[in-house]
Design a binder for this molecule. Sequence first.
Ligand SMILES: Nc1ncnc2c1ncn2[C@@H]1O[C@H](COP(=O)(O)OP(=O)(O)O)[C@@H](O)[C@H]1O
Ligand SMILES: N[C@@H](CC(=O)OP(=O)(O)O)C(=O)O
Length: 592
Amino acid sequence: MSLIVQKFGGTSVADAEKIRAAARRALRAQQQGNQVVMVVSAMGKNTDILVDLAGQVCEDPSPREMDMLLSTGEQVSVALVAMAIHDLGGKAVSLTGGQIGVRTDSSHTRARIQSIDTSRMRTLLDEGNIVIAAGFQGVDQDLNITTLGRGGSDTSAVALAAVLGAEMCEIYTDVDGVFTTDPRLVASARKMSHVSHDEMLELASLGAGVMHSRSIEFGKKFHVPIHVRNSGVFTDAPGTVIGPIAESEDRPVSGCALTKEEARITIEGVPDEPGASLSIFRRLADLNITVDMILQTPGSEGKASISFTVIQGDLSRALAAARDASSELGAGPISHDDTVCKVSVVGLGMATQAGVADRMFRALAESDINIQAITTSEIKVSCLVKREQGLEALRAVHAEFELDRPPAKVAPFEASQEVAQAADLAAVVSGLQAMEDLTVQGCELDESQALITMANVPDQPGISADIFEGVAAESIIVDMIVQGVGGDGKTTLSFTVPAKDADRARKVVEAIADRLGGDVTSLASVAILSVNGVGIRSHTGVSTRMFRALSAAGINVELISTSEVRVNVVVAREQGDAGLAALAAAFEDVVK
Ligand SMILES: Nc1ncnc2c1ncn2[C@@H]1O[C@H](COP(=O)(O)OP(=O)(O)O)[C@@H](O)[C@H]1O
Ligand SMILES: N[C@@H](CC(=O)OP(=O)(O)O)C(=O)O
């Protein structure tokens, strides 16, 4: 008998009527011949209310007690959903995370699932029950209640679907599916018929709150088809399938997103030598702080400037860590800005098409928005801008890439489902032992690139657009772009291009420097080392492990860029082979 998991977010169980509607939907799926596991979140804004309450009682609540408190929200809703099903004549049993056997580590408020025991759920299902599982929670080995981080019910649902070998994991929410951007922020946003795991991973971690990014890691790792749908409509109209296939192959950008609550920290005067990045990011990883944009730009006299962003809530802890690292390194000064936000574009197509970054930069410049920092990966470009301009920036890039219009050639919806359903259950089962372990697919060395740096550029709207339009006009594909944070009205931009195009790219940049000011330097050939896999950024230890391995091998990092699926660093060409060997050894235990 087929099994489906249906997850109902807080918005879909916000009141008694919605709870009854969710119950009817689950019963209908059961009547259609499926076994049904529901995963339910706390009603409406109940988790926010509990967080607020804790804040009124105490300034700095203990994470353990926070979990004890927040988990009650889901306990209320699962019981009510079970009662609603009983009332409709169905059989249902509600279970907390602990009762299901969702084992996690002990990182309260951001725990990771270690294993799930399916036996009790299987017995209940075989007896004809709908199982109603509390999302977002588990227990550690001492039976302390843990939670998975805000929005974590999606992760509970996809994890349950993985261990149960479910045919489909349906995510019911208050919108019709995954849109090209948050439809509440941009009215012209368009629902996508499907979106690839890698795009969704990036979008979710870059601000698309419709899905919890770790749920996508599970979906990708365990081949779980995920279908995001609207709980408020009574039709069976398809929503968005998150699977291996992108909606369109020829479109460079699939979606865009905004993270509002960003904070930026910059450490200047960091000695440009092996181990410097390690000293900083090791401390942040030890505190379990997820670092987002990391920008290292070459400075003068053997000193570099390292900037990174964290979510605003982590700022004070991250600043303390930065101060410790800075005094150990003899670096400084340190500055920070907590009035920034990040706008990003994401698309599998940009890996093979020139001219995405420059279009984004031009769209922002035309709205008179200054870009404070840039990072790129194969499938995303992120720009840090003033928070008050965030929404305008999002709308500008959405319009620039015409995301309101469907792509010319859309891969068929059925294809995304078919491929997704060809899941390898054996792989799922073998992955159960340590479900959220890091999956590193491999370490790579690319020796084909050159590095161009333009320092002391006036920090004003339109500079990046000028440079990258000029480079794109020469049909040169830019790989990594890192723009450091400006000081004294100046900024530094570094980027890599294929070595064969380096001379032409340098000429373009020199012409701009002649006009606007700025010092151009280039390295005709560099080595880009990368570690790629699933959920690279949210596993805070990956960069640390990478920097440690390179530092131990005496290799200096010139430039860094990160994404959900990859960390890239640029090192001197002659150190590429040694760097690759060091990384291969460092990640040997986790390469799948
Ligand atoms: N790209 C996007 N597509 C769809 N919804 C998005 C996107 N980005 C952000 N959202 C927001 O996510 C919301 C749904 O997530 P959430 O409020 O957590 O619902 P739930 O309670 O169902 O988990 C939508 O109402 C929408 O405003
Ligand atoms: N109730 C939790 C978990 C969750 O995932 O909720 P939702 O599915 O409503 O985003 C939270 O608010 O964080």
